[in-house]
Write a protein that binds this ligand. Structure first.
Ligand code: ATR
Length: 283
């Protein structure tokens, strides 16, 4: 039997900042699994070659991050249903005869909301800001979790409509009835949960929504994380939203889903989340 640790990595560009190696090392230690998890920086035009080399050298699987999730989708020969709906892959499993592509981002978000934050999604009214890749990856898992109404609001409304139409064509009609595309300006009323899936935070901005939306919401969650609150989190705070969260729990949650898929063992996310939060605060 081969006693060398099974090899995994996160592939992206850039990838130096990725916390995935630290997360998976903690999962491996906790579950007694022998794995070697590294970082793979692929040239922007060299995703395929980098994956093929890693696989030829005996790699068992990859996490895929920006900007390669769509290419990873094309590379996979088979997709889990949630990856097929997302049209993007963040987890590749190199099996003997084929490559399986999964997308664990949505499951990571849902488990963070339900398990760590104790948010009940069943029948919840959810507003999601953004219609890019980050938003697309989590639509179906939110619907699967029983969200009652998922309004997808985007700065460019046509993009939210395209997202809704594409996702609707791939999910059950009963689920499709629960999603709707709107503009940021059209977002009004009461939502239980508001999720920021836009890239506005990259320029330290928040999406242009009515602040009172955040006053009424029970939870506001930004999919990104940082040592300091993001612009969206600051907006939620000044609007008086009672519970404001970042995306660190989602990050750990998606990693746990990948780990479970690869190793058949489900790690405990709580101590890993706590360690990462401490490390972030120490920065
Ligand atoms: P990602 O894969 O991170 O989702 P993306 O596909 O480039 O990245 O999508 C970025 C998302 O952030 C889009 O929904 C974008 O809105 P537009 O479709 O109107 O461009 C949104 N976004 C980026 N900057 C924003 C800003 N300042 N305010 C509101 N939305 C913003």
């Amino acid at each position: 039997m081969d006693s060398r640790p099974a090899r995994y990595a996160v592939i992206g560009n850039p990838v130096a900042h990725s916390r995935s190696p630290a997360i998976h090392a903690m999962f491996a230690q906790q579950t007694g699994q022998q794995i070697d998890y590294g970082r793979l920086l692929a040239p922007l035009d060299g995703f395929l070659a980098a994956v093929q080399t890693f696989r030829a050298e005996g790699g068992h699987g990859l996490n895929v991050t920006v900007p390669f999730k769509a290419q990873a989708f094309d590379y996979a020969q088979r997709h889990t249903p949630r990856a097929a709906v997302a049209g993007a892959v963040n987890t590749l499993v190199f099996q003997a005869d084929e490559v399986l592509g999964d997308n664990t981002d949505g499951a990571g978000l849902v488990s963070d909301l339900q398990s760590r934050l104790g948010v009940s999604l069943h029948g919840a009214r959810v507003l999601m800001l953004g219609a890019g890749g980050a938003a697309r990856g989590v639509v179906q898992p939110l619907l699967e979790a029983g969200v009652g109404q998922l309004s997808i609001a985007n700065r460019t409304p046509a993009r939210a409509e395209v997202l809704c139409a594409e996702v609707s064509a791939r999910i059950a009609p009963e689920q499709a009835r629960r999603i709707a595309a709107i503009s940021l300006a059209q977002a009004h009323g009461r939502f239980d949960l508001i999720i920021n899936a836009t890239a506005a935070g990259l320029s330290d901005a928040a999406p242009d929504i009515r602040p009172e939306l955040l006053s009424h919401a029970a939870v506001a969650l930004d999919m990104v994380y940082a040592a300091q609150p993001t612009a969206f989190m600051r907006l939620a705070h000044s609007a008086g939203c009672p519970r404001i969260e970042d995306g660190l729990g989602m990050l750990v949650g998606q990693a746990a889903e990948s780990f479970a898929l690869w190793r058949g063992v489900r790690p405990d996310v709580a101590p890993v989340y706590a360690a990462l939060r401490d490390a972030l605060a120490a920065h």
